[in-house]
Design a protein around this ligand. Structure first.
Ligand code: C2E
Ligand code: CA
Ligand code: CA
Ligand code: CA
Length: 279
């Protein structure tokens, strides 16, 4: 009946209102947290596949939301992207990561490089390269110490504009990694066109390496392709010795995952790195 229809409408519209207001609240809280310095950068080591020396760290954003504990970036990054807040937020992460590199230079960790996740929304900003150049200049960090991780889908969204942006970033000496590799649709031909340095094999292919022969073949194929294109490879989400052994047998150049170290604050990660930095 008409009455039921209206009730249902009210029901859905209330649910939509609730979701919208929760999202607005999240956005407002993020904005405040950014201004108040309530975000934190955690660092997770990347290790050499054979020697297991630490070769790099990935910067991962954390938000200790008042009264609600640590929020997952998987939840708040998409909202930050929709609202555009990812632009100042990403700038802040980059700045933190470079200041950390600066602090580590001249110590046993001087050879470490840092990987920073970059959102497609950031890449679409006309002044992104200038922003990066400013941060490098202000912190005195060499561009070669920095790697930007972008996803395959970012690459494919607007290939021409992205190619131009990546070329300009390469001009600063920054390296480019394709994140979550294997989950998108980039072809070999595409990869060759882009100035990419590293492939990060998505954790979903690493997870079932022991049980799934198809995944083993897929990873083997990615590694063979990377070798012929002279690309560096990091396998993500390595959690067990068995996975590491399979990857090592395939001569995977580098690993990242809980087996080695979880993401942690700079001091904890630095202590871990002190023991394992290549000398
Ligand atoms: P990602 O770039 O693929 O980062 C790797 C994720 O895998 C991280 O989740 C990390 O904590 C997790 N991880 C590491 N080792 C293991 C493992 O052995 N097993 C499993 N199951 N997971 C592992 P996290 O920190 O929750 O970040 C989630 C995503 O949020 C990231 O995925 C990235 O896409 C995004 N993100 C994080 N920080 C930033 C940032 O500063 N900027 C942007 N744009 N995105 C970010
Ligand atoms: Ca990443
Ligand atoms: Ca990834
Ligand atoms: Ca991801």
């Amino acid at each position: 009946s008409k009455r039921e229809g209206r009730n249902r409408y009210h029901f859905f519209s209330k649910a939509v209102d609730d979701a919208a207001s929760a999202r607005l609240q999240l956005e407002a809280d993020m904005r405040r947290a950014l201004a108040a310095g309530q975000f934190i950068v955690h660092y997770q080591p990347v290790v050499h596949g054979r020697t297991r020396d630490a070769v790099a760290v990935e910067a991962l954003l954390r938000w200790d939301r008042a009264g609600q504990g640590l929020q997952s970036p998987a939840v708040f990054i998409p909202v930050a992207e929709e609202s555009g807040l990812i632009v100042p937020m990403g700038h802040w992460v980059l700045r933190q990561a470079c200041e950390q590199l600066r602090a580590w230079s001249g110590t046993a960790l001087g050879g470490i490089s840092v990987a920073v996740n970059v959102s497609p929304v950031q890449l679409a900003q006309a002044d992104f390269v200038d922003t990066v150049a400013d941060v490098l200049h202000a912190t005195g960090v060499d561009g070669s110490r920095l790697e930007f991780e972008i996803t395959e889908s970012t690459l494919m969204q607007d290939p021409e504009a992205t190619l131009e942006m990546l070329r300009r970033l390469k001009g600063l000496g920054v390296r480019i990694a394709i994140d979550d590799f294997g989950t998108g649709y980039s072809s070999l031909g595409h990869l060759k066109r882009f100035p990419v340095d590293t492939l990060k094999i998505d954790h979903t292919f690493v997870r079932d390496l022991e049980a799934d022969a198809d995944d083993r073949e897929l990873v083997r194929a990615i590694l063979a392709m990377a070798r012929s294109l002279r690309l560096h490879v990091v396998a993500e989400g390595v959690e067990t010795e068995a996975q590491a052994a399979i990857l090592a047998a395939m001569e995977c150049p580098a690993f990242q995952g809980y087996l080695f170290a979880r993401p942690a604050g700079a001091a904890v990660t630095a202590a871990w790195l002190q023991d394992r930095a290549a000398t």
